[in-house]
Design a protein around this ligand. Structure first.
Ligand SMILES: C[S@@+](CC[C@H](N)C(=O)[O-])C[C@H]1O[C@@H](n2cnc3c(N)ncnc32)[C@H](O)[C@@H]1O
Length: 219
């Protein structure tokens, strides 16, 4: 079977003025989605766990089946690794033994990030690995860089790391991050077979699809 991982988008040009326009709109209108009770309960549980043994926190947003979360928990045993995904189906992969510093939350990042932002928890590093690209131009608002909470998401941590096989997505994210006052750098991310840290990364590596990493650093 031929697998095509090339991103096909009908959006050929990205425009700085256009991103400035939606950032301006977001600054003037508060995000109004009400917080679901389930999300508040999940956050209270997480907060209590972390407060019982405070450590630096690494956030793995959109962790999927959690391969990266497990990797990070092993690599940073003195940190909490908080793995968040909205999909119960993907999170089923976490059943079975797991590292004691790995906390898993089923939640929508929008609800979760807002609660984190209004708490006193500090995030040492925020990973957003291979987010859904939504390549159709008419779906641009579904991409994280075009989301009303993107600015808040960047302010959660002094270091946010995104990886994607779609370079345009990362370049556009970097433009928005720069407009919001963050430093950015993008590099080709070399992954040797056996070293991939997520399922998507593994798939791209197996099929020799180049992937890129964007680092966003707070000033
Ligand atoms: C393309 S997958 C990547 C999964 C994993 N990071 C990887 O690289 O294998 C994107 C993941 O983000 C999750 N996701 C998308 N939007 C989300 C949201 N608003 N809140 C929480 N999770 C979300 C999806 O459920 C999915 O597991």
């Amino acid at each position: 079977m031929h697998l095509d991982y090339q991103i096909h988008s009908n959006q050929t040009a990205f425009d700085r003025q256009h991103t400035k326009a939606f950032q301006r709109k977001y600054r003037n209108h508060a995000f109004q989605r009400p917080l679901p009770q389930r999300s508040a309960t999940a956050f209270s549980w997480l907060y209590a766990r972390i407060q019982s043994n405070p450590r630096p926190i690494i956030l793995d947003s959109g962790c999927g089946k959690g391969m990266s979360s497990r990797f990070l928990a092993a690599r940073y045993p003195n940190h909490w690794v908080v793995a968040v995904d909205q999909s119960a189906q993907r999170l089923q992969a976490f059943t079975g033994p797991r590292a004691s510093n790995l906390l898993v939350v089923q939640d929508n990042c929008c609800d979760f990030w807002q609660q984190l932002a209004s708490s006193d928890l500090e995030i040492a590093m925020h990973m957003l690995l291979y987010p859904n690209p939504y390549p159709k131009r008419q779906h641009e608002k579904r991409r994280w860089y075009a989301h009303p909470l993107f600015s808040q998401a960047l302010h959660l941590s002094p270091l946010t790391i995104l990886r994607s096989n779609w370079l345009d997505y990362l370049e556009q994210t970097a433009i928005v991050a720069n407009q919001l006052g963050f430093h950015t750098s993008i590099q080709l991310h070399h992954t040797q077979p056996g070293e991939a840290i997520t399922h998507f990364e593994q798939k791209y590596c197996q099929h020799q699809v180049p992937v890129y990493e964007l680092r966003i650093v707070g000033l």
